[in-house]
Design a protein around this ligand. Sequence first.
Ligand code: ADP
Length: 274
Amino acid sequence: MDIIFNNVSHSYMKGTSLEKKALNQLNISIPSGSFTVVIGKTGSGKSTFIQHVNGLIKPTEGHIKVGQYRLSAKEKRMDMRSLRQDVALLFQYPEHQLFEETVERDICFGPLNFGLSAEEAKVRALESLALVGLPETILGDSPFHLSGGQMRRVAIAGVLASRPKVLLLDEPTASLDPQGSQEIMDMFKEYQRTNGATIILVTHQMEHAVNYADSIIVMNDGEIVLNGDRDQVFGQSAILQSLGLELPDSLRFIKKFANAFSLADVPSYYQRDE
Ligand code: ADP
């Protein structure tokens, strides 16, 4: 599903003394099937931005097109159920949203709610468990008796079981160790590849932008300050530095190494001068 923001602004608590303009006239087009990573300082508007895509927050001005859906302050008769089936949002710590007695019931909740039969939902549960790297033997277990990492995978399986066409991810790897974090990111990339899904990921981890993004959006103070592929965005090191968005030391090391030895096969965004 293509996603198009047309002059979108959003103000929290509009008309009060606490009014805060969190998005300021955003115009952006995100192609269907792409993996977009959104970076920016805390408070720059990243979460507000992605929550507009599934209608959780409505624009105060402008409109958004998500495939056939059109979202604006005026839209009254939106079929939110159908929109939410197509566009899933995964918050930080998705395991906090687990609530059923068994893993199977938790994962099947979405598919059943969206009209699949019990048998179809079960097939989806098995497929989704495989996708997140968990054995089907845990289907009868309580999700609350699993490890933290497994709980997060079950919660993600529950979201993927509805086969969303658009996946909005707000820091889905928060508090995971580097290996767990990479495994989860690899899963999302695989989901994008096999389902042709559009993914928008909000993250503080620059390496996710380097490793997974087809395109990167840099936000500051409710505006998009950079937007492009990795070379275009990481080539703007002065802007990134001014926003405190520098490549982590490990990537800088590779960058220096690449400069020293002129390795032709090292991506160019590692090779630029400081
Ligand atoms: P980010 O995800 O980049 O940290 P947010 O989208 O959460 O940024 O916030 C953007 C701005 O909007 C911040 O100044 C934040 O304090 C403000 N904000 C976010 N949510 C609310 C809310 N529910 N009520 C009032 N202000 C909010």
